[in-house]
Ligand binder design. Structure first.
Ligand code: ADE
Ligand code: ZN
Length: 354
């Protein structure tokens, strides 16, 4: 199924073996035993933090391993290969420079290194990837504006959007702090995607829409608690980048059977299904799709609709979107013919039955 992935973090897509290799090359001590690096108990570098906050601190360690341009480019290349192997034809990947300590004072160099790996990947026939430059929730207004200005003015290759991720539960209702940064991105015609309604309730989603003019919400599952918000999302066509395994791991949702994704879809909200942090979550986009299809009984045509929603929600170029949409048209027609053939065969069988 040709599809896009629009909610996946570069920091959360590095396989254990690659991390161990990067740590060995950087001569860096591991935060815990090698086999447990992805275990939540190993992320607890600071006692008492929430699971999300301690995971984000773990990402600071991950980012610290990639100080050279060559390592970063290689990492980006491997990410594109990973996505292509999952059948993803276009990805918007979230990358948060605050985790990559060595690059704090050279953000253009940081994006350029990633873009060179992605360029090489695409030249080798792997699927294109766009970068969503992300602010961490605990950053200052000045840091956020600096990132926004760099991407708006210097237009680093492959950067398609400004994003915010991080722990809203820890930092509280901070959207107003980032309004200037998002205004810079909006005026520059960049995409705007915001983590909200995960560690915050519906008010976090409202803030993302009204204060940051987000055109896409990452997670957003807790929007389901506010009927007026659900109606607004459906009406405005703002899509939610849902990540079921991530929600289960962080306790946002108790079990898959009660995940709001189904109710949101039935209410007319556009949703996409994504992997978030696939390496530590031991998941993949195809696993997320398969798991939801089994839990909610999604048929072939629902999956085609979801694939189409992922392409439309993405910040892919008009050319890439047109190619994927026409392939999906063919897939939809095929699914319809297969269904008609099946019905025809059943009818013939019934006619032949005395
Ligand atoms: N950064 C990486 N994964 C995240 C998540 N699930 N929520 C917020 N920020 C993140
Ligand atoms: Zn995320």
């Amino acid at each position: 199924m040709p599809k896009a992935e629009v909610h996946v973090h570069l920091e959360g897509a590095i396989e254990l073996a690659d991390l161990l290799e990067a740590a060995a090359d950087a001569d860096a001590a591991l935060p815990g035993p090698a086999a447990t690096l992805f275990d939540p108990s190993t992320h607890r570098l600071r006692p008492g933090g929430s699971e999300l906050s301690t995971y984000l601190e773990f990402l600071d360690w991950v980012g610290s391993l990639y100080g050279s341009r060559q390592r970063l480019a290689r990492l980006a290349y491997r990410f594109a290969a990973r996505q292509s192997a999952s059948g993803v034809r276009y990805t918007d990947v979230i990358v948060n420079p605050s985790h990559w300590g060595a690059w704090r004072h050279d953000l253009p160099g940081f994006f350029d290194a990633l873009a060179s790996g992605l360029d090489e990947a695409e030249a080798d026939g792997l699927a294109p990837v766009g970068l969503c430059a992300s602010i961490e929730r605990g950053q200052t207004a000045a840091e956020a504006a600096e990132l926004a200005s760099i991407i708006a003015e210097r237009r680093p290759r492959r950067v398609v959007a400004l994003s915010i991720d991080g722990d809203e539960g820890r930092h509280g209702r901070t959207a107003a702090r980032f309004a200037d940064a998002f205004d810079i991105a909006r005026r520059a015609g960049l995409g705007r995607t915001v983590h909200a309604g995960e560690s915050s309730g519906p008010e976090g989603v409202w803030d993302a829409l009204t204060l940051l003019h987000a055109d896409r919400i990452d997670h957003g599952v807790r929007a389901v608690e506010d009927d007026r918000l659900v109606a607004h999302l459906a009406e405005a066509g703002v899509s939610l980048g849902i990540c079921p395994s991530s929600n289960l791991a962080l306790g946002v949702v108790d079990r898959l059977g009660v995940h709001p994704v189904q109710r949101l879809m039935e209410s007319g909200v556009v949703v996409t299904i994504n992997s978030d942090d696939p390496a530590p979550l031991a998941t993949s986009i195809e696993a997320e799709w398969a798991m939801c299809a089994a839990a909610f009984g999604w048929d072939g045509s629902t999956l085609v609709d979801l694939a189409r929603a992922s392409v439309r929600a993405s910040y892919a170029s008009a050319e890439v979107r047109a190619v994927l949409e026409s392939e999906l048209d063919a897939q939809a027609a095929h699914a319809e013919h297969a269904e008609l053939d099946r019905l025809g065969a059943t009818a013939r069988l019934l006619e032949a039955t005395p």
